[in-house]
Design a protein around this ligand. Structure first.
Ligand SMILES: C[S@@+](CC[C@H](N)C(=O)[O-])C[C@H]1O[C@@H](n2cnc3c(N)ncnc32)[C@H](O)[C@@H]1O
Length: 240
């Protein structure tokens, strides 16, 4: 993957954002379910399902609760959590007592299972927006964060990944956005789109500017830890 002039590519990407957001809305859950396609949009899986997906990265812990107790012993009950691409009601309520507040960003919060799950957890907020277009969710996310940083973020969009832009240059740009919001030593877990599975040139490209010890990979999942002394990842176009 040539490094080329990613600034131009990224500028083009953002100038097209309006259409991208509209496109994302078009594939929102309700529409997809109406079409009778895969019911991916209904998912609001439990912690055990996430633990299964990311088991290679949380090992030897058997689940996220055990993992958090081991990784963040002083932060129990004080963590700020975020799910990128989902409702997060079940995940965060299964982890009751770990997070003081949590939020999740998904395409539409109006879908029935989310409405039903609501009320299970009063410290959890669902934000409607397109994760690829921060202007659709930046304001409510800022309001949620109240100046605080995110200790833990997780993305497991499964079928949803087929609909996002998967160019590693753009994804790196998005990654910088999340990185900036993380607390020092905060952790992000990502399920990868198919073209970025571990071992691909695209993934190497995406991760080349990350600090050496920031990255752990397993199968189609990666974990990125924010270095305590690094507020921002370098911009792509500054790379050689
Ligand atoms: C298969 S569901 C997975 C839900 C949840 N992460 C889980 O594992 O139970 C896919 C989710 O991705 C979300 N999604 C897909 N594309 C998105 C986008 N561009 N912006 C925000 N959310 C998106 C949808 O709203 C949907 O909730």
């Amino acid at each position: 993957m040539p490094i080329e002039t990613p600034r131009k590519l990224i500028e083009e990407f953002y100038s097209q954002q309006k259409e991208l957001s509209a496109g994302a809305r078009e594939i929102d859950e309700a529409t997809i379910c109406k079409r009778g396609a895969v019911q991916w949009a209904q998912f609001d899986e439990h912690e055990s399902s996430f633990a299964g997906k990311f088991k290679g990265l949380i090992f030897p812990s058997r689940d996220f609760r055990e993992y958090f107790v081991q990784q963040f012993p002083d932060k129990m009950g004080k963590m700020v959590g975020l799910e990128i691409g989902g409702y997060g009601y079940n995940f965060f309520s299964d982890l009751n007592g770990v997070f003081k507040r949590s939020a999740a960003i998904c395409l539409t919060k109006g879908y029935k299972p989310a409405r039903e799950a609501k009320g299970k957890l009063d410290s959890h907020f669902v934000i409607e927006g397109d994760v690829m277009s921060p202007r659709t969710f930046a304001k409510p996310l800022r309001k949620f964060l109240k100046g605080e940083k995110i200790d833990f973020a997780i993305e497991r969009m499964s079928g949803g990944l087929n609909y996002i832009v998967n160019d590693p240059r753009i994804l790196y740009h998005r990654l910088r956005f999340w990185y900036r919001m993380m607390a020092p030593d905060g952790q992000m877990f990502f399920e990868l789109p198919r073209n970025l599975y571990v071992g691909t040139e695209e993934l190497k490209f995406l991760t080349q500017l990350l600090p050496e010890d920031a990255l752990q990979m397993k199968g189609n999942t990666i974990k990125i830890t924010r270095a305590s002394n690094l507020k921002e990842l370098p911009a792509l176009w500054e790379s050689k």
